[in-house]
Design a binder for this molecule. Structure first.
Ligand code: 4NP
Length: 150
């Protein structure tokens, strides 16, 4: 079982989008039983809240199902629980390390570091551009799945 935790600032826009896109991708490949996938926030801003409308609208547009979601904060114990803790941008990585401590087992990654063009995924909470978020996450997930296949 491979356990993957996607992390962003609020856990309402980017990390739930990545969570449900990855769940859909592994289901399409018929390997969903091998994965446990979740998402979490580094901030307390949106704790308990559902997925942002922009993320829901984009997922619906592309036909990716999602289930009930309540934003939750990353906990120090998540470090032991998960195999991959994947942030969306460099500031997420810093905040993740602040919460879980030193990355002793090299579990912390930035999603687009799995792509050919390593970079941050901009926060659609500020940009309003959920299409760009989707395309960036898609690119990162393709790279991550290729990495896992190796
Ligand atoms: P996310 O977007 O990190 O992609 O979920 C944000 C959502 C809410 C806030 C910041 C970013 N906020 O400050 O409330």
């Amino acid at each position: 079982m491979i356990k993957v935790l996607f992390v962003c600032l609020g856990n309402i826009c980017r990390s739930p989008m990545a969570e449900f896109m990855m769940k859909n991708a592994v289901q399409k490949r018929g390997v969903e039983k091998n994965f446990y996938i979740d998402s979490a926030a580094t901030s307390y801003e949106e704790i308990g809240n559902g997925i942002h409308f922009g993320t829901r609208k984009k997922l619906e547009e592309v036909g990716i199902p999602y289930t009930e979601h309540k934003a939750r904060r990353l906990m120090p114990s998540d470090y032991e629980e998960y195999d991959y803790i994947i942030g969306m941008e460099e500031s997420n990585i810093r905040n993740i390390k602040r919460i879980v401590g030193e990355d002793r087992e090299h579990k912390i990654y930035r999603l687009l570091d799995f792509s050919q063009k390593p970079r941050d995924i901009a926060d659609p909470w500020y940009t309003g551009n959920f299409n760009e978020t989707y395309n960036d996450i898609q690119e990162g997930l393709e790279g991550f799945l290729k990495y896992l296949e190796k």
